[in-house]
Write a protein that binds this ligand. Structure first.
Ligand SMILES: NC(=O)c1ccc[n+]([C@@H]2O[C@H](COP(=O)([O-])OP(=O)(O)OC[C@H]3O[C@@H](n4cnc5c(N)ncnc54)[C@H](OP(=O)(O)O)[C@@H]3O)[C@@H](O)[C@H]2O)c1
Length: 256
């Protein structure tokens, strides 16, 4: 029997505008790919401009002509350091220039640090991690709120480290615990405005993050970034009057 090719379904988020931080690789890029397939117009950011240019070329190819016609812009790839108020301001000047509200914000940019007990953790490492994972989340969200309307969604990529404590990861754990507190507060503030806020709580996912966190970690036990992206898109596809407030996605083997 000859196998029938499945009929491609219509994109479900056609013409929506989505901004993803840290989208030049890893989970951010996987989410950007999944949103491109669902017909979103994309703004992707990160600091490494070469990686960002590669991501843009790839995402441009995934977007259909139909999608581009709706906004008349190709994928917008803009270098942005989430720790820098000036860099975030510049990015949002470009977003405002599109003259279209932002429908989806994926706060994904984040870093880990080498395994060190608190007594040996260098203060600059602590500062860098908290600045990126917590202060950056605040800066991006505050700037985005000015261009978001009822019906839009914010997804904050936290971690299971936002609720659990992993020894040797004090700065990462603390930044993600803080980011969860921020996310929960934001959700209550935005509830009356009809903006959904989702806490994404992931277990180990196979990305470059583990090169700093634990280089020898067993990658085969980890989830793929594509699997994570799939769960995020499913949450974004829920009707406007429904939300998942917290998505917990884990490797079936549990923590590593
Ligand atoms: N991998 C996991 O197991 C796992 C589990 C739970 C949660 N997470 C979370 O998932 C998110 C994405 O991580 P990943 O695993 O995909 O790691 P990754 O491959 O290292 O990606 C991190 C992304 O964040 C960007 N980034 C880092 N610092 C930035 C800054 N100051 N300004 C702007 N962008 C910055 C990076 O781009 P540039 O370096 O070019 O800026 C990169 O695109 C993080 O928030 C992480 O905490 C990951």
């Amino acid at each position: 029997m000859t196998k029938r090719k499945p009929t491609p379904r219509e994109p479900m988020l056609s013409g929506r505008l989505a901004l993803i931080t840290g989208a030049n690789r890893g989970i951010g890029l996987a989410i950007a790919r999944a949103l491109a397939r669902e017909g979103c117009n994309l703004i992707v950011t990160g600091r490494d401009e070469r990686a960002l240019a590669r991501a843009r070329t790839e995402l441009d190819k995934l977007q259909s002509e139909k999608v581009r016609e709706k906004l008349n812009v190709p994928v917008l790839a803009q270098s942005c350091d989430v720790r820098s108020p000036d860099s975030v301001d510049y990015l949002f000047a470009l977003v405002r220039g599109l003259r279209k509200p932002l429908d989806i914000l994926i706060n994904n940019a984040g870093i880990g640090h080498p395994n060190r007990a608190v007594g040996e953790l260098p203060y600059p490492t602590w500062m860098e991690v908290v600045d990126t994972n917590l202060n950056g989340l605040f800066l991006m969200t505050q700037a985005a709120l000015a261009v978001m309307k009822r019906g839009s969604t914010i997804v904050n990529n936290l971690s299971i480290a936002a609720e659990r404590a992993f020894p040797g990861s004090a700065a990462y754990n603390a930044s993600k615990h803080g980011a969860l507190g921020f996310t929960n507060t934001l959700r209550e503030e935005l509830r009356p405005k009809g903006i959904r806020v989702i806490a994404l709580m992931l277990g180990a996912t196979d990305t470059a993050l583990w090169n700093t966190l634990w280089p020898e970690a067993p990658r085969r036990k980890m989830m793929s970034a594509e699997t994570v992206a799939h769960t995020v898109v499913n949450a974004l596809l829920l009707p406007e009057n429904t939300t998942v407030e917290k998505i917990v996605v884990m490797p079936s083997s549990g923590t590593l």
